[in-house]
Design a protein around this ligand. Structure first.
Ligand SMILES: CC(C)(COP(=O)(O)OP(=O)(O)OC[C@H]1O[C@@H](n2cnc3c(N)ncnc32)[C@H](O)[C@@H]1OP(=O)(O)O)[C@@H](O)C(=O)NCCC(=O)NCCS
Length: 426
């Protein structure tokens, strides 16, 4: 990590303070060497006043225990049939996992409590098949969970539910995470898995999708054994229940949890219906940020130096590109009344975001603004982004008759030796 990264990280701290995240760890994650680091990451989140609820799975441990005992399971993920033997193995494995989590949290001096918060009833007989000890969630005691959080106690929730007559019932941990997040109005639900996300990125064609996109993905999958289906299914259910964002991350990526939460780019898949990326006009409150982000480009003579007063005077010309509430780039469109040509100026994308298409996006937005202002031509005066403008359809010119006189004089006399690039608007 570079020290400069700290600025980007700190931008998220006020946004996350007091928020509630439900983090669901697959059994395989708990069995991995990454688990100790994940617990340290949870401690980091809690130190930033993020309220964390942990939901754990145990499929991996149930399978291992069944192999060791030489028994055959009817199902190990809490969705299918849970017969007597499967229930016995599942309960033993889940109890061990839960106690292991508690022991590790206590070693980190994190106060935690395991809650019997889920009331369930037997799933019953479906299409003629008795689902045995598989449960269906009836009610989650959200008040108890919130009560723990209010006392700075980390609730740990296991994939089991309780019924007065049927006893303990096996539940699916993805469903438990989704229902828990929904009942306590969590701000985020985060699924952590061991599997690589690369095939999923490919299938989804990106890392951010809407809940409708997740639903379409689920209905188009033919391999029902694919682990990602359950995650995506519960992600779109979570969106329906008002959870703004669900993240799916893999421990294949080092420090996945913190990297996903504290960077714009992220490392996992985010399922959200919120607008994550937007353009907006600059306001006087943005002036310090603008001065800050443009300073480096000015220092290396990429952008013309402008005083605070000059920037304030042209503030309404600025378009800012915001990702997740953080400004990552800007561009200004100047159009004087006396000219049909609009100047594209102060085009800048933060170092952390260059080469990801944001420059093109900003320029497209600038073109829209120039056209809306009635310009018929655009020009840019550049020293070090000449190739970028050419890539975007601008051509080098010696002169432009429509350039405002004052601008032409400045260009010719300021000694920067910058190149004029022009593009006609359709
Ligand atoms: C110029 C700038 C805005 C481009 O932003 P970006 O987000 O990196 O650009 P994109 O990701 O949309 O486009 C990347 C493409 O542009 C090219 N490109 C980016 N900057 C370039 C430059 N300075 N010169 C030549 N080509 C450049 C890349 O090589 C890449 O080409 P490819 O698609 O063929 O691989 C950004 O590099 C920047 O802020 N530069 C410093 C400030 C500056 O010079 N501003 C111009 C003021 S007039």
């Amino acid at each position: 990590m570079k020290f400069g990264d700290l600025r980007g990280i700190l931008q998220y701290v006020p946004q996350f303070r007091g928020r509630t995240f439900v983090i669901a760890l697959d059994g395989a994650v708990l069995a991995s060497s990454a688990f100790s680091d994940i617990l340290l990451d949870l401690a980091v989140l809690r130190s930033l006043n993020i309220r964390v609820v942990l939901v754990h799975g145990a499929e991996f441990q149930i399978q291992r225990l069944a192999e060791k005992r030489g028994v055959i399971l009817t199902s190990c993920n809490g969705i299918g049939v849970t017969d007597e033997t499967t229930m016995e193995v599942s309960l033993d494995a889940i109890t061990r996992v839960s106690s292991d989590i508690m022991q590790k949290l206590s070693a980190l001096k994190i106060r935690a409590a395991s809650a019997n918060a889920i009331h369930a009833h037997p799933a019953g007989i479906r299409k003629g098949v008795d689902f045995g000890h598989t449960g269906e969630m009836e009610k989650i005691d959200g008040e108890s969970i919130i009560g723990f959080l209010d006392q700075d106690i980390l609730p740990v929730i296991s994939p089991v539910g309780y019924h007065s007559a049927a006893g303990t019932l096996r539940l699916n941990s993805d469903a438990v995470a989704m229902e828990t997040a929904s009942i306590i109005d969590a701000d985020k639900m985060i699924f952590m898995v061991r599997e690589s996300l690369d095939p999923l990125f490919e299938k989804l064609g990106g890392r951010q999708i809407t809940s409708a996109g997740a639903e379409t993905f689920v209905s188009s999958q033919t391999d029902q054994a694919d682990w990602s289906i359950s995650k995506m299914e519960h992600a779109f259910e979570a969106a329906k229940h008002g959870i703004p964002r669900t993240h799916l991350i893999s421990i294949e990526h080092e420090d996945a949890l913190l990297a996903e939460l504290f960077s714009n780019a992220g490392v996992g898949v985010m399922i959200s219906d919120e607008s994550y990326q937007r353009f907006r006009e600059a306001t006087p409150g943005d002036i310090d940020e603008l001065m800050f982000i443009l300073r480096r480009a000015v220092d290396s003579d990429k952008i013309l130096r402008r005083s605070r007063e000059e920037l304030l005077a042209m503030l309404s010309d600025f378009i800012l590109l915001e990702i997740d509430g953080n400004v990552v780039g800007c561009v200004a469109v100047h159009r004087g009344n006396d000219s049909s040509a609009a100047e594209i100026a102060c085009m800048y994308v933060k170092n952390s975001h260059i080469g990801q298409g944001y420059g093109h996006l900003l320029l497209e937005e600038a073109v829209r603004k120039a056209a809306a202002l009635g310009a018929t031509q655009m020009f840019a005066i550049s020293t070090q982004a000449i190739g970028f403008f050419e890539l975007c359809g601008f051509s080098r010119k010696e002169a432009l008759a429509e350039m405002p006189e004052a601008r032409r004089e400045k260009w010719e006399t300021n000694g920067r030796n910058a190149v004029l690039l022009v593009k006609a608007l359709d």
